[in-house]
Write a protein that binds this ligand. Structure first.
Ligand code: HEC
Ligand code: HEC
Length: 253
């Protein structure tokens, strides 16, 4: 981490003030350096015994609430790759039917890098911006899913809740504005599927998911009530990467 920080500040010194900040911010975290064509082929067709990723994660990679799968398109490659390595080594256990452990093991390390690089490169929106693709909360509620209150979730995401016996840190303090992510460590959680967000927060809380560095998420989730979890997920799933009139994130490239 220290080397990372000093590399960034040296770059900032060398580049000085002439280059707009966006130009060097995109070099601030390690991008996927895999083979995009191979990654795309794996996503669309699978490989050997591993089925096409799109068959569960949606043909656009945006996840599926009925299957409990996450959106993986537009997630940071370095985070996706970590998750695939964690599944491959059983550091993370898929809580559904262990499918992801088998899928990750069925790919080589290079394949895992390639598919992560491809997924990060997907920019489905106009002007290369990420399209908004959260869950439809009304539809979920109509299907009997318990949906939280997004205005309460917003307050938790933005400011946390310190004034109570079990305090919760603001999600934003690590995951960035509206949960848009802060690579390399903190994944995008804004625009993620509602059902997946709820499942993961419960998994961190009950200790069935333990692959977080320094137990950062387990500590937070243990202090979250069911209501907190549903509220935060309700806000995050529809949270945009961009604030009004700002068309860039520090990580756009
Ligand atoms: C049979 C269905 C299925 C297939 C096929 C599948 N996945 Fe998954 N994937 C899941 C499920 C379910 C989860 C959530 C598991 C959990 O709760 O831990 C998941 C989770 C993930 C995650 C974790 C994402 C995160 O935000 O932490 C990644 C990365 C991933 N899958 C990538 C892939 C890739 C790449 C492929 C194709 C090689 C693939 N998946 C194929 C069902 C599938
Ligand atoms: C102290 C820093 C920190 C704070 C604050 C924090 N997180 Fe996290 N979170 C992490 C880290 C680190 C990971 C990545 C874990 C990994 O590598 O598997 C993560 C991962 C997650 C994931 C899993 C994402 C995925 O795609 O698998 C969810 C969901 C999540 N956080 C939700 C939240 C919510 C909701 C809040 C606020 C209530 C929050 N986090 C606050 C550090 C934090």
């Amino acid at each position: 981490m220290r080397r990372f920080i000093s590399a960034v500040s040296t770059a900032a010194l060398v580049i000085g003030v002439v280059v707009p900040s966006i130009a060097f911010s995109s070099a601030m975290y390690p991008k996927g350096k895999g083979n995009i064509a191979n990654g795309k082929a794996i996503f669309e067709n699978g490989k050997g015994s591993v089925p096409a990723c799109g068959s569960c994660h949606g043909s656009d990679g945006m996840g599926d609430d009925n299957m409990g799968t996450p959106r993986i398109a537009g997630q940071y490659a370095v985070f996706l790759r970590k998750q695939l390595e964690d599944y491959a080594t059983d550091k993370r256990k898929d809580s559904t039917m262990f499918v992801m452990n088998d899928n990750a093991k069925g790919l080589s390390a290079q394949d895992r890098t390639d598919v992560s690089t491809y997924l990060e490169s997907i920019k489905p929106g106009a002007m290369g911006k990420m399209a908004f693709a959260g869950s439809d909360l009304k539809e979920l509620a109509a299907n009997g899913v318990e949906v939280g209150l997004s205005h309460k979730g917003k307050s938790l995401v933005e400011w946390g809740q310190g004034n109570r016996a079990k305090p919760v840190a603001a999600c934003r303090s690590c995951h960035g504005y509206n949960g848009r992510g802060a690579p390399p460590i903190y994944p995008r959680i804004g625009g993620q599927r509602y059902v997946y967000l709820v499942n993961q927060l419960k998994a961190w809380r009950d200790g069935t998911r333990t692959n977080d560095p320094m137990s950062q998420m387990q500590v937070i989730a243990r202090n979250m009530s069911d209501e907190d979890i549903k509220n935060a997920a309700a806000y995050l799933t529809n949270a945009s990467d961009y604030s009004d009139s700002n068309y860039y994130t520090p990580y756009d490239h």
